[in-house]
Design a protein around this ligand. Structure first.
Ligand code: ATP
Ligand code: MG
Length: 321
């Protein structure tokens, strides 16, 4: 699959009075595939917005290079094919939702009222088309922003913190909209620290910390390494130990035995063995690795040991982190 975004050592430095030049984005190698939802994660100040602005050609990199939809960043032709919803969008508050779409549509030479109506319907604002932006809630403003971002029928959307400060229902609405963008064949680049959200919708993610990408890869690969706990009664502890399951811990618990093993180990074999012993299974509990664990692990490690912060770990399907 073709790359929607590809950067090599993309760097942005700002002069600081105290520290000289500080690279707030440092030698970024980013790879986003066409048609995927890509999560760009990092704590406050990590360099997410700065990266997006470089990819959009709003600010210039200090060094390195990048390609968006096959064109070098800054190429004006690409602007017809991409769109951007900033983290703090500013809209003219006196405009209605419909007027806002008409205004931004006119910048692309689009005057088709039917298209504006369809977009308002898509984001569930068709009943509020004549309310002004100042009368819109935060969630409604976010949704009108997404409608606006679809005006030019973009192949690639940049959404900077699309669910920041929204309630759970608004979250779900935005999430469904983003998923529909992927179904329509668009690539979506989301910057966020709403990890549970990202976990639900993103195909691949990168974690950036202090301007450096620490992890990048398929979410399923990055979150591999989960465990499963099986408890049973009527089976001798030694019997389970004798199964010699790799990387497993077996211990006696009141009334039975508890086995803790990697999620990829053969669970069926354990169940069969318990049954063969006429034992009784009490529980099978998967302990999935969560994105939050990975994020905290990644970010905390680096704040403890900044000297190690230069290492970038790239994980693709089939590799282990
Ligand atoms: N124009 C600028 N001049 C100097 N430093 C800047 C400038 N713009 C951003 N920075 C610094 O770059 C770093 C990264 O900022 P950026 O806005 O990219 O972070 P972010 O990851 O988007 O954070 P947040 O989650 O809070 O939005 C911060 O330390 C910020 O102070
Ligand atoms: Mg930001």
């Amino acid at each position: 699959m073709a790359a929607a975004i590809e950067t090599t050592k993309l760097t942005k430095g700002y002069k600081s009075r105290i520290h000289g030049t500080v690279n707030v984005v440092d030698k970024l190698d980013l790879h986003v595939e066409e048609g995927e939802i890509f999560g760009f994660l990092g704590p406050n100040g990590a360099g997410k917005t700065t990266t997006i602005k470089m990819l959009l050609g709003i600010i210039y990199p200090t060094s390195g290079e990048g390609y968006v939809l096959g064109k070098e960043i800054g190429d004006m032709d690409v602007h017809r094919l991409i769109s951007y919803v900033p983290e703090r969008p500013y809209y003219y508050e006196y405009m209605t939702g419909m007027e806002l779409l008409k205004f931004y549509g006119s910048l692309f030479g689009i005057t088709d009222v039917k298209k504006f109506e369809a977009l308002l319907e898509k984001v569930n604002l068709h009943r509020d088309a004549s309310k002004t932006i100042s009368q819109y809630s935060k969630g409604m403003q976010q949704r009108v922003g997404l409608a606006q971002s679809l005006l030019n029928d973009p192949k690639l959307l940049f959404l900077d913190e699309p669910t920041g400060g929204l309630d759970p229902i608004a979250h779900r609405e935005i999430r469904d909209l983003i998923l529909s963008f992927r179904d329509e064949g668009r690539t979506v680049f989301i910057s966020s620290h709403e990890l549970s959200e990202v976990e639900l919708i993103c195909d691949r993610v990168a974690i950036i910390n202090r301007g450096v990408i620490e992890r990048q890869g398929k979410l399923s690969d990055l979150l591999s390494g989960g465990r499963v706990e099986i408890s049973a009664e009527g089976v001798p502890t030694q019997f389970i130990s004798d199964m010699k399951i790799n990387d497993a811990n077996v211990r006696a618990i009141p009334g039975g035995v508890l086995l803790d093993m990697p999620e990829e180990a053969d669970i069926t074999a354990v169940i069969d063995a318990v049954r063969a012993q006429k034992g009784k299974l009490l529980s099978i509990v998967p302990r999935k690795k969560r994105l939050e664990d990975l994020f905290v692990e990644t970010v905390r490690d680096k704040s403890v040991a900044p000297a190690a912060a230069k290492k970038t770990l790239t994980v693709e399907s089939g590799d282990k982190p």
